[in-house]
Write a protein that binds this ligand. Structure first.
Ligand code: OFO
Length: 177
C-alpha cells in the first residue's frame, strides 16, 4: 500500500506542474520551429512534449493509486520566441537541468520520509532525466561542430531529425516510452 505524507503529496503535486510546464514549453517551441521552417526540430519537440505529458500522467496515476486526488495546476506561459535555434537548445538544456534538480529533491525527500514506494517510483524519472540530458548534450555538441555559417540551419535541422529518429527507435527497442 502507498502511504503519501502531506509533504510528499505537495511535492508530487509540484512535480506534476513541472512536467506539465515542460510539455507546454516543448509544444510552444515546436511551433516556433514550425514558423522557422525547421521541420526536424519541430518533430523532435512535439515528441518531447508528448513524453512530458506522459511523465505528468504517470504522477497522476501514482497519486491516484495512493488514494490521493492529484492537483491539476495552472501553468505559467512558456517562452514563444527565441533569437536562434542555438539559443533554443541552450534553454532546453537549462529546462531539463531544472527538472533533474526537482526530481533529485523529490528523491531526497522520499529518503528522509522512509517512503520506499516513492523512492522506487522515482527511479524511472532519474533514468529518464539522465537520458534526456544526454540527448540534448549531443545536439549541443553537433550544433557547435556545425557552426553558424550560411547552411548551418539546414544541417542542424537534419541532425536533430536524425537524432529524433534514433531516440524513437531506442525507445521501441527497450519497450519504453
Ligand atoms: Fe519529464 O522529462 Fe524531462 O523534463
Amino acid at each position: 500500500m502507498i502511504d503519501l505524507s502531506p509533504k510528499m503529496t505537495e511535492a508530487l503535486n509540484q512535480q506534476i506542474s513541472y512536467e506539465g510546464y515542460a510539455s507546454s514549453f516543448y509544444l510552444a517551441l515546436a511551433y516556433w520551429c514550425d514558423i522557422q521552417a525547421l521541420q526536424g526540430c519541430k518533430k523532435f519537440f512535439l515528441r518531447q512534449s508528448d513524453e512530458e505529458r506522459m511523465h505528468m500522467l504517470k504522477l497522476y496515476e501514482y497519486m491516484s493509486e495512493a488514494g490521493v486526488q492529484p492537483m491539476t495546476p495552472a501553468l505559467p506561459q512558456p517562452p514563444i520566441k527565441y533569437k536562434s535555434i542555438q539559443e533554443a537548445f541552450h534553454k532546453v538544456f537549462e529546462q531539463e537541468r531544472s527538472v533533474t534538480a526537482a526530481i533529485h529533491n523529490l528523491l531526497k525527500l522520499s529518503y528522509e520520509e522512509n517512503d520506499f514506494n516513492t523512492q522506487n517510483f522515482l527511479q524511472w524519472y532519474v533514468d529518464e532525466q539522465r537520458e534526456e540530458e544526454a540527448v540534448i548534450r549531443t545536439i549541443l555538441d553537433r550544433i557547435k561542430v556545425i557552426g553558424e555559417g550560411g547552411q548551418s540551419l539546414y544541417y542542424i535541422d537534419k541532425e536533430v531529425d536524425k537524432i529524433n529518429i534514433q531516440v524513437v527507435a531506442a525507445e521501441k527497442t527497450v519497450g519504453g516510452v
